[in-house]
Design a protein around this ligand. Sequence first.
Ligand code: SAM
Length: 328
Amino acid sequence: MSERHIPVLLDEVIAALAPQAGERMIDGTFGAGGYSRAILATAGVHVLGIDRDPSAIAAGEALGLAHLTIRSGVYSDMEALADAAGFAPANGIVLDIGVSSMQIDDAARGFSFQKDGPLDMRMSSDGPSAADVVNRGSEGLIADILFHYGEERRARAIAKAIVAQRKDKKFEQTSDLVAAVVSVLGRGRPDQIHPATRTFQALRIFVNDELGELARGLAAAERLLAPEGRLAVVTFHSLEDRIVKRFLAARCGRQAGPSRHMPQLPSATPSFSQLEKGVVSASDEELARNPRARSAKLRAARRTHAPAHKADALDFNVPAVSSEEWSR
Ligand SMILES: C[S@@+](CC[C@H](N)C(=O)[O-])C[C@H]1O[C@@H](n2cnc3c(N)ncnc32)[C@H](O)[C@@H]1O
């Protein structure tokens, strides 16, 4: 049985959301419900918990908590889900991006290079799995995924090794993928991160379209929040944090380094004001309790009364992997 997920930056997230009696809040990444339960500790607040993982939904429903509504789905669909459940407009939205400890620890989900299991990595049970991607994707697509979503410098060499290996035997297990990566990068030193870390992260991000979800989810949150509503987003690596940082900079009227290829458009009235100065990370005390919080970053902002800006993927700096050949 896997350990329950320890919510990261919990006090900081609740301080940013500042729930008040009578408010409606959305937890777009319910997981084990750590944030939802802390929000519900404020009497009279209603929470809509969303998760794409059927096991998180089942566990959430089993909690049987008053004032908690659970819905299965992706958080980029939060507007429709909130509307149908009577949660629109919302006074607070929290997103805790990435995988939960329950997902990582369950070998059968295929997220972990440390435990052997089927090479799956889907948070929900639909769509292509990681095994489908490495067995059917072109060498170029696999290399692009590893380079853009894993920041893996040896992406091309690993993609080549994957394509060579699958001619002999299709990839089925996480250990098959670990072996392909190790054949290129070696086993690494014990004081270094595991050589398969970046490859596993990249495939997980691609399989679950995590960066696309994040970009669409931020735009949906902007439209769904009531004036004065609070947005809190926790990320775990620089690819995700960059998207949130850039989105909030644009929406708070501080465009972060606009592309020199983009025409300078007259800036719309800020739709958010920053709640914290920059980024919040875990305290030493939290790190001692939960080393997983090491790379967690919180950014939070308050919705203004201005209309939502037009959503534009370029605002968010989402690294694009061309998946034309790959029909989702
Ligand atoms: C880091 S955990 C959240 C943990 C939670 N904050 C807690 O305290 O227990 C992330 C959760 O978000 C879910 N998730 C990830 N991407 C999602 C998406 N696009 N839509 C809905 N749920 C998503 C995952 O299935 C996982 O359960």
